[in-house]
Design a protein around this ligand. Structure first.
Ligand code: NAD
Length: 248
C-alpha cells in the first residue's frame, strides 16, 4: 500500500517542494492550502504529469471544524492517512515587543501551534494501532528561530516554533507505542514567498552574506530532510530535530 501523506501549506514554498518529492517517492499526497487555488492546482498538475496521485483541498488549519472536515474528505478521496507534514505557517516581520498585540500573537499561534496540534490529532486518530491504523509519521516544520529567538524581528513567530518543538517531544513519546514517529525539521533562511508575505520580499538575499554558507537554502533542500523522516530509512528516529539551516 502506498503511503498517504497530508501536507499543510502544500501549494507553495517548502510544502510544494515536499509534495513534489513525496509524490516522486510514491506517496499519494493531499495538498492543503488556504488561498490562491491556482498555485495548488499547478502542484497537482505537476504531480499528475509525473504519474503520481494527489488531491488539493482548501482549508484554514487555524479553524478546528475545517480541519475535522478536511481529514474526512481525505478519508473519502485517498484513504486512511499514514503521514502528516505540519508545514503551514505564518510570519510577520519587523514587530518589536511594543508593536505586538494580543490579536497578532494569537493569529500566529492559531496557525503555527493550534493548527498543527489539531492536524496531528486528526492524523494520529487514523494512524494509531489502537484505532486500527498502520502507524505512520508526523513531521513538524519548525524553524531555527525557535532556538535563536529572533529578537527585534519576530519573537512571536519564534515562540510559536518553540511551542511546536515541545509538541514534537511530547507527542513522540505519547504516540511511540502507536507506531507513530514524530519529528521536526528546522529550516534556516529559505528562498520562499513567506518573507514577502511577512513584509520583506528580498530578505534572504539581503542577509545571505551573514549566513555561514553565504546563501539561503532552497525549498527542495528542506524537502529532502522531511522525506527522509517520513521514510522507513529513519525507522528508529522519533522526537528528533534536523536543522536544514546551512550551519546557522
Ligand atoms: P510560504 O509562505 O511560501 O508557504 C506557506 C504555506 O502555508 C502556503 O501554502 C499557505 O497557503 C499555507 N498556510 C498558511 N496559513 C495557513 C492556514 N491557516 N491554513 C492552511 N494553510 C496555511 O512559506 P514557506 O517558507 O514555504 O514556509 C513553510 C514552513 O516553513 C512554515 O511553517 C515556516 O514557518 C517554515 N519556515 C520557513 C522558513 C523560510 O525561510 N522560508 C524558515 C524557517 C521555517
Amino acid at each position: 500500500m502506498p503511503p498517504i501523506t497530508v501536507i499543510t501549506g502544500g501549494s507553495r514554498g517548502i510544502g510544494r517542494a515536499t509534495a513534489l518529492l513525496l509524490a516522486k517517492e510514491g506517496h499519494k499526497v493531499a495538498i492543503v492550502y488556504k488561498s490562491r487555488q491556482a498555485e495548488a492546482a499547478q502542484v497537482l498538475a505537476e504531480i499528475e504529469a509525473m504519474g503520481g496521485t494527489a488531491i488539493a483541498l482548501q482549508a484554514d488549519i487555524a479553524d478546528e471544524a475545517q480541519v475535522v472536515a478536511l481529514f474526512a474528505q481525505i478519508d473519502a478521496q485517498l484513504g486512511r492517512v499514514t503521514g502528516l507534514v505540519n508545514n503551514a505557517g505564518i510570519l510577520k516581520t519587523q514587530a518589536g515587543l511594543q508593536e505586538l498585540t494580543a490579536a497578532r500573537i494569537q493569529q500566529v499561534f492559531n496557525t503555527n501551534v493550534v493548527g498543527a496540534f489539531v492536524c496531528a490529532r486528526e492524523a494520529a486518530q487514523r494512524m494509531a494501532f489502537k484505532h486500527g491504523g498502520a502507524g505512520g509519521g508526523i513531521v513538524n516544520v519548525s524553524s531555527v528561530a525557535a532556538r535563536l529567538g529572533a529578537a527585534h524581528e519576530y519573537v512571536d513567530y519564534a515562540a510559536s516554533k518553540g511551542a511546536l518543538d515541545t509538541m514534537t517531544r511530547g507527542l513522540a513519546v505519547e504516540l511511540a507505542a502507536e507506531g507513530i514517529r514524530v519529528n521536526t525539521v528546522r529550516p534556516g533562511f529559505i528562498y520562499t514567498d513567506m518573507h514577502a508575505d511577512g513584509g520583506e520580499p528580498n530578505r534572504v538575499e539581503r542577509i545571505k552574506t551573514s549566513l555561514p554558507m553565504q546563501r539561503g537554502g532552497t525549498a527542495a533542500e528542506v524537502a529532502e530532510a522531511i522525506a527522509w523522516l517520513l521514510s522507513d530509512k529513519s525507522s528508529y528516529v522519533t522526537g528528533s530535530f534536523i536543522e536544514a539551516a546551512g550551519g546557522r
